[in-house]
Design a protein around this ligand. Sequence first.
Ligand SMILES: NC(=O)C1=CN([C@@H]2O[C@H](COP(=O)(O)OP(=O)(O)OC[C@H]3O[C@@H](n4cnc5c(N)ncnc54)[C@H](OP(=O)(O)O)[C@@H]3O)[C@@H](O)[C@H]2O)C=CC1
Ligand SMILES: Nc1nc2c(c(=O)[nH]1)N=C([C@H](O)[C@@H](O)CO)CN2
Length: 237
Amino acid sequence: MSQAPILITGGAQRLGRYCAERLYDDGHPVIITYRRERPAVEALRRRGITALYADFASEAGIMTFIEHLKSTVPALRAIIHNASHWQPDGEDEPHAAGFELMFRVHMQAPYLISLHGRALLEACSEPMRDIIHITDYSAAHGSHRHIAYAATKAGLENLTLSLAGLLAPAIKVNGVAPAGIMLNDSDDDAYLEHLNRRAVLPAVPGPGVIWQSVRYLLDNPFVTGTTLAVDGGRHVK
Ligand SMILES: NC(=O)C1=CN([C@@H]2O[C@H](COP(=O)(O)OP(=O)(O)OC[C@H]3O[C@@H](n4cnc5c(N)ncnc54)[C@H](OP(=O)(O)O)[C@@H]3O)[C@@H](O)[C@H]2O)C=CC1
Ligand SMILES: Nc1nc2c(c(=O)[nH]1)N=C([C@H](O)[C@@H](O)CO)CN2
């Protein structure tokens, strides 16, 4: 039974919620962050998962969450940076506000939470302690319509390399780079066909393949500074 909780940001829906519930099923105490109170958050609370409010859209919001986290737990087994804002670039002019928001959520929040949370991870008496970044295939390959999103995810992926070196051997730092895992309500059949054309394996597998990657990284004592490509093989085409 794991004693220190695992923090997963943006854990109230989709991939984050799926991983939060599997972690809880495996016996880990779990803390999720959420922005919008809703039945899904209450349902997770009823299971015994701790839900902490967090809005990473500003430095002040990030620091407010960090102070709340520090006053809530004495130690952490792992921090999984999953929260993300997925916004295409402006049709007419570049989206300065969108770029800043995705910088905050994808780069500044993970950077500040991990460095301020270092002491909480080092206070964990279990054999391993982890930071896991959920990035994106586009971090290493770029994007034509999500330039700011891909660039800020690339910054997150680079944090994996810097923090793995800085925090070893007490803390492992790794990433998972997904592509085409879950559709959105706005995605139509044409988009599904687009995803399937991009991958050499059938697309849209659902969140289980990300959970398998997270479980592997948490359990493997000899992996750090690595980003797992979970993308249906689109990087080989
Ligand atoms: N779905 C997919 O196929 C793919 C996903 N990914 C990555 O995997 C991860 C999970 O994806 P998915 O589940 O689809 O993500 P979602 O789009 O569902 O977003 C995850 C969470 O991020 C939180 N979030 C968004 N903005 C903020 C903010 N300003 N402050 C705090 N939290 C915020 C939201 O919290 P709340 O709901 O409480 O507002 C949301 O629940 C993400 O990092 C994503 O980029 C990468 C490639 C493919
Ligand atoms: N924060 C999010 N990031 C991403 C999403 C998402 O829904 N939220 N989705 C993708 C997929 O690649 C998308 O094409 C399939 O819906 C990328 N990142």
